[in-house]
Every structure is written in structure tokens, then in C-alpha cells.
Design a protein around this ligand. Structure first.
Ligand SMILES: C[S@@+](CC[C@H](N)C(=O)[O-])C[C@H]1O[C@@H](n2cnc3c(N)ncnc32)[C@H](O)[C@@H]1O
Length: 152
């Protein structure tokens, strides 16, 4: 959903939507835009491919990553993964959204460590950009958003 919406909002861009889950990707409803593609892939591996191919990003959205809430699962969170510093080599703007404040605050701290400065705030989606965002919003949950950019 977010991939197709971003493609419509940015007709000049090629938007690549990534999820490792085939069943998640199968929920995609085609909206008719041609400037996007969907990949079943592990995001961190894809970042490595982009770095090796020296392909920079204009913008990057990390939308509702799995929270992995147990302390023992820290390294499974996006910002706890060994590949997280690679994001700095891809450049551009980055936005991360989560319904968990702790996760968002951790992400913002980790982002600072790799040269990604930005702001963390709550927001009301209007309209929701992803299926999970819609679900969380309908349940009345507070949504968190980190928006930052790498200086080139
Ligand atoms: C909470 S869902 C959010 C799905 C969608 N982004 C949305 O907002 O509606 C988290 C998704 O992240 C995917 N995922 C988790 N770890 C991943 C990784 N390392 N690379 C790619 N996708 C991953 C899962 O398959 C799952 O579909």
C-alpha cells in the first residue's frame, strides 16, 4: 500500500517496496502506477547490494518494522542490526514510523550515532499510508514518526 502511494506521490522516482514475507506482498493491490516494484527480500541484504552497486537513495521509509519487544531481541530491531550503519552510505532522507514509543526513541538515538539527525514526534495519519498504520490508527493508538536526513 505504501509503495503504491509513494509512487503516486513521487512520479519522478523509482519506488522499491521491500518485505521479506511473500504473504505480506500478496496483499498488494495494484493502483496502476508504473514507477514502482515490489521485492521479496531482507531489507538489510538489499542495503548491502545498494552500497556495493553505489546506488544512493533520495529517500527511505521504514514503516512499522517488527518491534521485537523483548530485551533479548534488541539485535533483531532495525537499529540493533549490524547493517544499520550502512544506511549512512545510502544517504538521502529517512522516515521511520512505529506505534511503540520506546522503539522510536531507540531508533532516534541510534540514528544520531550514524550521522542521521532528525526529529521524533507523534502524528495522525491522514490518510493512513500502510495497512498496519490504518489498523493502529483505528484502534486509537499513538503513532510515532522519526524524520531525518543524512548530510552528504
Ligand atoms: C508490522 S509489519 C508492517 C508491514 C507494512 N510495512 C505496513 O506498515 O503495513 C512488519 C513487516 O516487516 C517485515 N520484515 C521484518 N523484518 C524484515 C526484514 N529484515 N526485511 C524485510 N522485511 C522485514 C515483515 O515480513 C512484516 O511484513
Amino acid at each position: 500500500m505504501s509503495t503504491a502511494l509513494l509512487a503516486a506521490q513521487h512520479p519522478e522516482a523509482l519506488v522499491v517496496g521491500i518485505d521479506q514475507s511473500a504473504s505480506r506482498l500478496a496483499k498488494h493491490q495494484v493502483l496502476g502506477h508504473q514507477n514502482y516494484l515490489l521485492l521479496q527480500a531482507e531489507a538489510e541484504s538489499f542495503w548491502r547490494c545498494l552500497v556495493e552497486a553505489e546506488i544512493p537513495l533520495a529517500a527511505h521509509w521504514v514503516l512499522y518494522p517488527n518491534p521485537w519487544p523483548k530485551a533479548s531481541q534488541l539485535r533483531r530491531r532495525v537499529h540493533g542490526h549490524g547493517a544499520f550503519p550502512l544506511l549512512a552510505r545510502l544517504g538521502g532522507q529517512l522516515e521511520m514510523r512505529s506505534n511503540w514509543q520506546v522503539y522510536a526513541a531507540e531508533f532516534a538515538q541510534a540514528a544520531e550515532l550514524i550521522g542521521l539527525s532528525g526529529t521524533l514526534d507523534t502524528f495522525t495519519p491522514d490518510p493512513p499510508q500502510t495497512l498496519f498504520e490504518r489498523k493502529y490508527h483505528e484502534r486509537g493508538q499513538t503513532l510515532w514518526r522519526f524524520q531525518g536526513s543524512f548530510s552528504r
